[in-house]
Ligand binder design. Structure first.
Ligand code: OAD
Length: 237
């Protein structure tokens, strides 16, 4: 039996838009309503922990009623024919709920928390991460090591611990697909540059894309329609 081709899918907020989750930088997006320096930076955390805890509690509770959309489901179904790794910037769990089995969360996960001061002081080890589902945390809730619990989210001003794993995946890809990201936030935005120069790269986004690279095939559509087009395209080859 021939080996399955390796498909690496990088997703952003746009893949979850049809599930009713706000993107960040579109009009009406989250960063139009909230200042990311206040609700999504490590400095913001040190200035006002209660505000940040409440902000992520609300997002976490709201996630419970959202459902994966057709794009998440089609990405999961691609595992039947391809060796798929999803690298997502999203902190929702819609790829998991759609059935994808190999997922790297670059920016953390909403349903998880961890100690503010982890085993390695300024950072944490994976075994300190606690799954709280759609529950909430409060100021004063402590991790087993006695430190305040915080959302398991990568904030501005923090490192991205999963980036090395993500780079290794992209380096080995036979096909790369990018869905619903403005490619404004690094290091995620630079990941495609690690792909072998001979592989095809597809981007699904209803808007014009910020990168200009001859090998990129832009499928100008929302995620669900774009996924159908993408699947037709790769099945031709
Ligand atoms: P953005 O809000 O920056 O970009 C969303 C992209 O999705 C845009 O290019 C839209 O055109 C596109 N889009 C909108 N609706 C879509 C749809 N229905 N189908 C497909 N695409 C659609 O979100 P991200 O690029 O994901 O980080 O943002 C990256 C990071 O910035 C986030 O992970 C978050 C944020 O700050 C953290 O919070 C750490």
């Amino acid at each position: 039996m021939s080996r399955k081709q390796k498909l690496v899918v990088l997703t952003g907020a746009g893949v979850s838009a049809e599930s009713g989750l706000d993107t960040f930088r579109d009009s009406g997006g989250l960063w139009g309503k909230y200042d990311p320096q206040v609700v999504a930076s490590i400095d913001g955390w040190h200035r006002n922990k209660r505000l940040m805890i409440d902000f992520y509690n609300d997002l976490r509770v709201g996630l419970k009623d959202k459902k994966p959309n057709k794009a998440h489901l089609l990405i999961a179904q691609l595992e039947e024919k391809y060796n798929v790794t999803v690298i997502t910037q999203n902190v929702d769990n819609l790829h998991e709920r759609a059935g994808s089995t190999r997922i790297i969360h670059l920016h953390g996960e909403l349903t998880k928390v961890r100690p503010e001061v982890g085993e390695y002081d300024r950072t944490f080890s994976e075994k300190e991460v606690i799954d709280i589902g759609y529950g909430t945390i409060d100021l004063g809730d402590l991790a087993p090591n006695g430190s305040q619990l915080r959302p398991h989210i990568v904030w501005f001003g923090e490192s991205v611990p999963q980036i090395e794993r993500a780079i290794e995946e992209v380096e080995q890809a036979d096909i790369m697909l990018i869905v619903g990201t403005s490619l404004q936030v690094y290091p995620a935005a630079g990941l495609y540059r690690y792909a072998d120069p001979h592989i095809p790269i597809y981007i699904i986004d209803p808007k014009d894309v910020a990168i200009c690279d001859g090998r990129i095939n832009h499928i100008k559509a929302v995620a669900s329609e774009g996924m159908e087009t993408f699947i037709r395209e790769i099945e031709k080859n």
